[in-house]
Design a protein around this ligand. Sequence first.
Ligand SMILES: *Cc1c(COP(=O)(O)O)cnc(C)c1O
Length: 383
Amino acid sequence: MFNGKEKIYLSPPHMSGNEQTYIDSAFEMNWIAPLGPNVDGFEKEVASLVGVRDALAVSSGTSAIHLALKLLDVKRGDRVFCSTLTFVASANPIIYEGAEPVFIDSEPDTWNMSPEALERALMDAAIQGVLPKAVIVVHLYGQSAKMDEILSICNKYHVPVIEDAAESLGSTYKGKASGTMGAFGVYSFNGNKIITTSGGGMLVSNDSEAIEKARFLATQAKDPAPYYQHSQAGYNYRMSNILAGIGRAQLEVLNERVNARRTIYNHYSRYLANLPGITFMSELENTHSNRWLTTLLVDKEASGISSNSLIEFLLDENIEARHVWKPLHMQPLFKGALYYSHNEKENVAEGLFEKGICLPSGSALTEEQQMRVINGILNFISC
Ligand SMILES: *Cc1c(COP(=O)(O)O)cnc(C)c1O
C-alpha cells in the first residue's frame, strides 16, 4: 500500500549521458576485453584528479582493499585494525587472509575512527608485541576522519594506513583529496556510490612499485615467461574496458555530483535541523564532504520517535531510508573480535547505530522528491 507514489531510492545510479560515447568507442575498436584504452585512461584520470602517482582499476572496492592488505604482507595470524562503524566490505578482506580484525570505535565529531581509541589499542598492541600490519580508516558517508591525528599516531608505531575512501571520492581534508593521505587509498564505483561503473573499484598510491605489484597480482600473477607460468597465487580482479568507459564519463561530472549531494544535504537540514531531537552529521573544520548520504540522528526522548519507526514510516511512503551501518564489532560474523571503545564510558558507534538514519541522497533527486521526504518526516514527527 504505497498510495501509488513512485519509489524514492536511497542512492541510485545517475548517468551523465556521455557514458555511451566511451562504450561505443570500445565497441568500434572491438576492445571489449582485455583491459584496454578506457582502463588506462580511467586510471590516469583518477590519479590526476586526486593527485597521486598511480592508480589501478579493479573489479570492486573490496578487491582493492584486499590487494592493499596483500601489498602490506598481511598473513594468517596478523592483526589489522579497522573502523567499526562501516560496511562489512571494509573488514572482509582481513578474513580472506586469515588475519584478525581489531575494531576501533568512532569519535562523536566525525563518526569516524576515534584517535583516542586507536592510541589505546596501539599502546596495548605494542606492549603485547602484536602491532597490526595495517590500520583501515573509513571516511563515512563522505566525511573525512581526523587524519592528522590518526596518521601521527600510526607513524609513531610505524603502522601503515589504508584509507577506505569507498564513500568519499571527491571529498577533501585540509585541501588533500580523500584517499591520498595513507599508504594506500581505495575507491568504490559500486552502483550506489557517488559515481559508478555499475561495479568496480580503484587502488591508489604514490608508491608506483606497489601499484605495479598490485597490477601483477590482480592479473593472475603471470610470471614474465613465454608461456603461462606462476610462482604465486594471483587474482582475477581487473576492471573491464567497457565498465572503465562508464567510469570515465562519470568522472567528468564528479564535481557536479558532489555539489548536487551537498545541495540535497542543505535542503534537508534547512527544513529538519531545528526539530527537537534531530541532529545532522556535521562537517569537520577545513574539510569538504561529498555528502554521499545525508545522515542524521534521531533522539527518541527529545523527538518522540525512534530511528526504527521513522524508517518504517518512510518505507510505507515508498521512500527508502536506512539505518547507518551496524558496527562491525556487533556483527555475528565478528563475534569475539577485539574492540576498543572511544573511552572507558562511551561506545560512540553503538549510539550512532541506534539513532542514525540515512536519507535518500541520489544526485538526481528532484526538489519535489526531496520535499516528499521532508514532509513525510514533518508529518510523522507531528503526529
Ligand atoms: C561500498 C563500500 C565498500 C565496498 O566497495 P565495493 O565496490 O562494493 O566492493 C567498502 N567500504 C565501504 C565503506 C563501502 O561503503
